[in-house]
Ligand binder design. Structure first.
Ligand code: FAD
Length: 507
């Protein structure tokens, strides 16, 4: 302790990847009044993981809290807009659907919209569910405008696809402007206090020692403090999510790809496509028990939409998370805390949750056990909920390859099998007071991957068949007209200050 006597004053952030600089910028800005001394240590010789380009709408809240201007961010990080994720070939080859950042339908009576849709669909009087979702219709039409605040349109939200390296570099500027001190150098030792076992300092190879009261482990997959030093066990979830390798490679941007990320199911994994302003990020996530590395790499390189802009880079990982993300005086944020494959772009969002929960529970004089327990409870909930949602994508498939058959037949968490059964029986959906993946998300994947409700709420009978069919048709036409009146995605980002290569400006 120093400075304010018994207070936790000195915060040391280990790692300067996306997690480290997001944490540094947020603590610098949001806890400025506490007069903390915040030091971030990073090592250019170790580098960062260097992937992670697709985000969720919650990043907009984070940017707002940091006072970041959205147009400036888009221009500085070569960002495009993301209205959702398109899943191709996940149920059966040829299937596709979008998981939107929005909703489905409008109010038709006392029951939720999905109940009316289920009944109309069984009558043969409903279009595909995506046609009642404005962000989906707009995404497929390559159009975008920020949601209106006057209730004219169905509500929706949006996120960004950006160059995460540029974003982290910008946050580094903001953090240092807010007083965060940056130290360059490899950490070669960590000293623990004798009696408490808490971390006291880190030692750099330059010989410099950095003392702290609270340590944030943002050291990536190395988990230098939370794992190596404190031994917080890693809970492995590979039996549910066995993909453990990825190849990542950028390629040229030959046109406007529309405001969404794409995830295409492949033989033993899936391929991502994330269009930015100046390039497209691509990658293949796979399980190396089922797909040999070289063959997977060759497959990716043969399935790019234009010439590769670099050599493919391989990444290895295990799915799971640390049992205690806050242990002693150390909190793990980012990959050091755990990893869930990027199928639903959740990692940056988990970083953000970790930071915001820490800000809420930031210790005063001492670290209270109750705060630590509450932090771990909240983060466990986030991780487990995302895990179940990701597993659903794998289990609800009708593909024929060996990998996909094994995924279909695996034993899944009871919490997930209950959710699938509830939806199949009568379109009942999980609803949470807080956190990610509300009913819309579950509807998207259930219906997109052919889990079809067999029944529906009898309250929908209050609407006669002809009326129901007519109202759905009116709604469908309204979505198409509303999307059609939006500017193109290209025009929107161009007006937001983007600069494009000629090929994109004149596709
Ligand atoms: P890193 O980037 O690895 O940073 C670790 C830092 O610790 C570095 O600065 C390093 O120098 C430092 N360090 C380590 N050891 C030492 C030491 N001994 N001394 C000093 N410094 C040290 N997330 C998304 O939200 N969307 C996506 O689309 C997405 N796609 C992904 C695809 C793949 C294949 C993978 C693997 C991840 C993806 N992610 C995605 C996750 C995202 O990349 C990470 O969550 C994010 O980059 C944060 O990484 P990090 O900062 O925790 O770790």
């Amino acid at each position: 302790m120093s400075g304010r006597g018994q207070h936790i004053d000195r915060v040391v952030i280990v790692g300067g990847g996306t997690a480290g600089w997001m944490t540094a910028a947020a603590l610098g800005r949001m806890l400025g009044a506490l007069g903390l001394s915040i030091t971030l240590v990073e090592s250019a010789s170790i580098g960062t993981v260097g992937v992670g380009e697709a985000t969720l709408p919650q990043i907009r809240t984070f940017n707002r809290l940091l006072g970041i201007d959205e147009a400036e961010m888009m221009a500085r990080t070569a960002a495009t807009i993301k209205l959702g994720i398109e899943f191709r070939d996940w149920g059966r080859p040829g299937d596709h659907y979008i998981h939107p950042f929005g909703t489905y339908g409008e109010e038709l009576g006392d029951a939720p919209f999905i109940q009316y849709w289920a009944r109309a669909s069984a009558m043969g009087a409903a279009a595909s569910i995506g046609e009642y979702s404005l962000p989906i219709v707009a995404a497929l039409a390559g159009r975008f405008e920020p949601p209106s605040e006057d209730g004219r349109h169905q509500p929706y939200d949006y996120a960004f696809q950006f160059d995460a390296g540029l974003y982290a570099a910008w946050l580094a500027e903001l953090a240092q402007a807010a007083g965060v001190i940056r130290r360059e150098g490899r950490i070669v030792a960590v000293r623990r206090e004798g009696e408490s076992g808490q971390i006291g300092s880190v030692l750099l190879e330059t010989g410099e020692t950095i003392d702290g009261d609270l340590f944030i482990d943002c050291s990536g997959f190395r988990a230098l403090l939370i794992g190596d030093t404190l031994g917080s066990a890693f809970e492995d979830w590979s039996h549910w999510l066995p993909c453990n390798r990825a190849f990542a490679v950028p390629c040229g941007n030959g046109g406007d790809h529309g405001p969404y990320t794409r995830a295409t199911a492949r033989r033993a994994g899936w391929q991502w496509r994330i269009p930015l302003q100046h390039r497209v990020g691509n990658g293949l996530v796979y399980c190396n028990d089922w797909w040999e590395d070289q063959a997977a790499c060759d497959f990716l390189m043969a399935h790019l939409e234009s010439d590769a802009g670099a050599e493919p880079r391989q990444l290895s990982f295990s799915t799971g998370r640390r049992k205690s993300l806050w242990s002693g005086n150390c909190i793990a944020i980012g990959l050091a805390g755990g990893f869930l494959e990027p199928l639903e772009s959740t990692s940056i969002d988990l970083i953000q949750s970790g930071i915001l929960n820490l800000v809420e529970l930031f210790p005063g004089e001492v670290i209270e056990e109750s705060d630590r327990a509450e932090y771990n409870r909240l983060m466990d909930l986030e991780f487990e909920r995302i895990r179940d949602f990701l597993v659903l994508h794998y289990v609800a498939n009708q593909r024929e390859e060996e990998f996909w058959s094994a995924m279909r037949e695996m034993a899944i968490p009871q919490s997930l099998s209950d959710k699938i059964e509830d939806f199949r029986t009568r379109a009942i959906l999980p609803e949470y007071a807080e956190g990610l993946f509300q009913p819309v998300s579950w509807i998207s994947v259930f219906l997109g991957q052919n889990v079809v409700p067999q029944g529906w709420d009898p309250r929908t009978d209050a609407l006669g068949e002809t009326d129901l069919a007519q109202q759905l048709e009116d709604m469908r036409q309204r979505m198409a007209a509303d999307a059609g009146s939006m500017p193109t995605h290209l025009d929107y980002i161009r007006n937001a200050g983007a600069s494009f290569p000629a090929s994109i400006v004149h596709p």
